[in-house]
Design a protein around this ligand. Structure first.
Ligand code: RNT
Ligand code: ZN
Length: 412
């Protein structure tokens, strides 16, 4: 008997079908962010990283152009199990020397990405307007700026992004998530908290009124608690966007680095699912703040995965990764994060949620705790190894990454 056969039997005793779990896992799309590969610098050369976000470290081998980024993504994706999507930022437009600014980007600027995504047989492409690292971010403000010209520029950018998203949806045969995140905020105590929010509201209204196709482009808004240099006030706060999304029939995107350290996105998922058909995630690992560390199999990611599974929301929660670590091999960062997400989902799929929920409802809390702790010892690892085997992936990926580092990254 193999380790998997034994594990299968052991899980069956708990009423869990490991085959079913692996089948479900293989169908859950995870959207992998392109920006881990080049420290969020982008390809449109508009400016150095701004917006209160930061990559730290200067591990050698950063992708410096489209060709290198594609090569790295292809290599990293080849080591990831499961169904993959590519999450692009508008700053990754392929302009080929054309003098065009972000307010006028067109689908053709992303055609090479579509070609690449098709070559990799990806499930779809997701998209993000890039409202940072650009001279039209004035005083740290974009969609909430008091400067009409600045606001219009970024409204037009978002509208351009919606057109590009429709193109992605058509080409890939899968709706494209368009996630709006802005860095707008203030370093010090505001004199007016309302007006910038009203301007943001008006900008969003203008964007949504452009007449985009809601079946093709799924718009989400991503809130934040604070950024570096914008510690005192964030225009697009959680309450602002949740209310905006609810009133306008769009989605919330929850980034688990964007809340106070004792607030948990795992708890927010079921709260929002009580009201929304869909919601989106940026899965990251905040260490003390929104530090964007690589996702590992820690307690919160397990809890997030559990909520998605036990709320029966695998088709409602759009899972995306968002972190950028420049202190370690960037491909390894990608693969470790994606595999951790998959592992967390697998563990969640291998839990007897109905039984545990029943214990909760019966008030059998002693039993609930004892059982929950006992279940932690089930042989998840054997099922994971079997899943990888069936996906044609090896358990160890470091060797391959280190080989790629020697042959490719070290020459950059
Ligand atoms: C920033 C947000 C945002 C970015 C990416 C690059 O705090 O998390 O999602 O990380 O868009
Ligand atoms: Zn994010």
């Amino acid at each position: 008997m193999t380790a998997y056969d034994l594990a299968k039997e052991q899980f069956a005793l708990e009423g869990i079908d490991t085959e079913e779990a692996m089948k479900k896992l293989a169908e859950v799309p995870v959207s992998v962010h392109c920006w881990q590969g080049d420290d969020v610098i982008g390809l449109d050369g508009a400016g150095s990283l701004s917006g209160g976000i930061q990559t730290t470290g200067n591990y050698p081998g950063r992708a410096r152009n489209f060709e290198e980024l594609k090569k790295d993504i292809a290599k990293a994706f080849s080591l990831m199990p499961g169904k993959l999507r590519l999450n692009l930022h508008a700053s990754y437009a392929i302009l080929n020397g054309e003098n065009v600014d972000r307010n006028a980007y067109r689908p053709e600027h992303f055609a090479p990405w579509v070609k690449f995504a098709k070559e990799l047989k990806l499930d779809g492409i997701d998209f993000n307007p890039t409202m940072f690292s650009h001279p039209m971010v004035k005083g740290g403000l974009t969609l909430s700026s008091p400067d009409e010209e600045v606001r219009k520029f970024w409204v037009d950018h978002c509208i351009a992004c919606l057109k590009i998203a429709e193109y992605f949806a058509d080409e890939m045969g899968s709706p494209c998530l368009v996630n709006i995140w802005i860095p707008d905020g203030l370093k010090d105590v505001p004199a007016d908290r309302l007006t910038p929010r009203l301007r943001l509201k008006d900008s969003l209204d203008k964007i949504l009124a452009c007449g985009y196709n809601r079946d093709k482009a799924v718009v989400a808004v991503e809130s934040k608690v604070f950024g570096i240099g914008v510690e005192s006030y964030t225009v697009g706060s959680n309450e602002f966007y949740q209310n905006y999304a609810a009133k306008n029939g769009i989605c919330c995107l929850l980034d688990n680095g964007h809340y106070h350290p004792l607030e948990y996105v795992s708890d927010k998922i079921p709260a929002l699912l009580a009201f929304y058909d869909k919601l989106a995630l940026h899965v990251t690992r905040g260490v003390r703040w929104d530090s964007d560390h690589v996702v590992i199999l820690d307690d919160e990611i397990k809890e997030i995965a559990k909520e998605i599974v036990r709320c029966n929301a695998l088709d409602k929660v759009m899972i995306g990764l968002d972190y950028f670590d420049a202190s370690i091999n960037r491909l390894s960062a990608w693969v470790t994060g994606e595999r951790s997400m998959q592992k967390a989902l697998l563990q969640a799929l291998l839990m007897p949620h109905a039984k545990l929920a029943k214990l909760q409802d019966e008030g059998s809390f002693t039993c609930l705790m004892a059982e929950s702790e006992r279940l932690k010892d089930l042989p998840y690892g054997a099922v994971w190894a079997e899943y990888l085997k069936r996906q044609g992936k090896e358990e160890r990926y470091y060797e391959q990454i280190s080989k790629y580092e020697k042959e490719e990254l070290s020459k950059r």
